[in-house]
Design a protein around this ligand. Structure first.
Ligand code: NAD
Length: 326
């Protein structure tokens, strides 16, 4: 079986490539290396190219005859999406449409899509279920919601089938420390906290301490990247077994507050770094937690790493190695 992984040199995509390689799949990665890294591709062949280059995408698909496409490539920074919406609609929406069109043209009928909890915006109730109202509050979330819709429409008008996976807060790294988060400008809480613990930043900002949560800070559902990848493997097997199009939340179903994350980072790293309380950021939901019962019931997803300390420990080991490499 041969799988095309777009964005396979990035954080989550490289963990996908690792798992596919370990399971004996043939893998081709298509990535422009804008935020990805060639050495993160542990298996298969890397084609360096941009999804806006439709001829290059078509060429790869004609050369290789893929059984499925797993689409990770996107821009992912929420705040940047507010400042530069067209950048997000171009890369996340227009390039996804071109990729889906190339699949149809080349007879590829199985597609897995990286969606996000940002499609829910500020949910009315927690935990959120797949059928709850979608009300994204930034172009990043809107661009992902639109791709989900395109996939639904294309799937209902052809033999094309897809699985959209709505990721919650993805964190942690490969336990063997080969790959992990490597964003040029990190925005994720755990990575920022670890870098502060390493002394690369002088403090960590805690945005908002007056939310209606137990300790006043925001609550998020942190999922270890390997458990998220397991959800992709199950989705791929589902499609390869001629399963129908599906949509799933991917999270553990419970969350941790910013203060709880900071406490665990301090414990794991042994560093008593400064966390500075500051104002809320506009558009941050007080709590974002997944109801993932659907994927558990339908695909038998059985996550193995629902443990914040494990998540942070793997990220810490990776971050130390990354910084030591320079
Ligand atoms: N990290 C999270 O917590 C999270 C949460 C929800 C959803 N997601 C989604 O998961 C996917 C992967 O995110 P990530 O965290 O691994 O980010 P990442 O930036 O590490 O990975 C994205 C990869 O796509 C590549 N890429 C971007 N635009 C491209 C283009 N036009 N052509 C070719 N390659 C391109 C980048 O070089 C990079 O390797 C994204 O679709 C993101 O929206 C991530």
């Amino acid at each position: 079986m041969k799988i095309l992984v777009t964005g396979g040199a990035g954080y989550i995509g490289s963990h996908m490539v690792k798992a596919l390689g370990e399971k004996g799949y043939d893998v081709v990665v298509f990535d422009n290396l804008s935020t990805g890294n060639a050495e993160a591709v542990l298996h298969g062949r890397l084609v360096v190219g941009d999804l806006s280059d439709t001829a290059a995408v078509d060429r790869v698909m004609r050369e290789e005859r893929f059984d499925a496409v797993i689409h990770f490539a996107a821009h992912i920074a929420v705040e940047e999406s507010v400042a530069e919406p067209l950048k997000y609609y171009r890369n996340n929406l227009a390039n996804a449409i071109n990729l889906i069109a190339a699949c149809l043209k080349n007879g590829i009928s199985r597609f897995i899509f990286s969606s996000t909890a940002a499609v829910y915006g500020i949910p009315d109730k927690i935990p959120v279920r797949e059928d709850d109202l979608l009300q994204p509050i930034n172009p990043y979330g809107a661009s992902k919601m639109m791709v989900e819709r395109v996939l639904r429409d294309v799937s209902s008008s052809s033999a094309f089938r897809h699985v959209s996976l709505r990721y919650f807060n993805v964190a942690g790294a490969d336990p063997l420390c080969r790959i992990g988060q490597r964003y040029p400008r990190p925005t994720h809480l755990i990575t920022l906290a670890l870098r502060t613990a390493l002394g690369l930043r002088d403090h960590l900002d805690i945005y908002g301490t007056d939310y209606d949560t137990a300790d006043g800070t925001c609550i998020r559902d942190y999922i270890h990247v390997d458990d998220l990848i397991l959800a992709h493997i199950l989705s791929l097997e589902h499609l390869l077994n001629e399963g129908t199009s599906r949509l799933y939340n991917c999270g553990y179903g419970h969350g941790y507050s910013v203060r709880q994350v900071v406490d665990v980072v301090r414990k794991v790293t042994g560093a008593d770094f400064m966390a500075r309380e500051t104002d809320r950021r506009p558009g941050d939901p007080p709590a974002l937690v997944a109801d993932s019962s659907r994927i558990k019931k339908e695909l038998g997803w059985d996550p193995r790493h629902d443990d914040l300390e494990y998540i942070i420990r793997t990220a810490w080991e990776w971050e130390k190695r990354l910084q030591a490499k320079g």
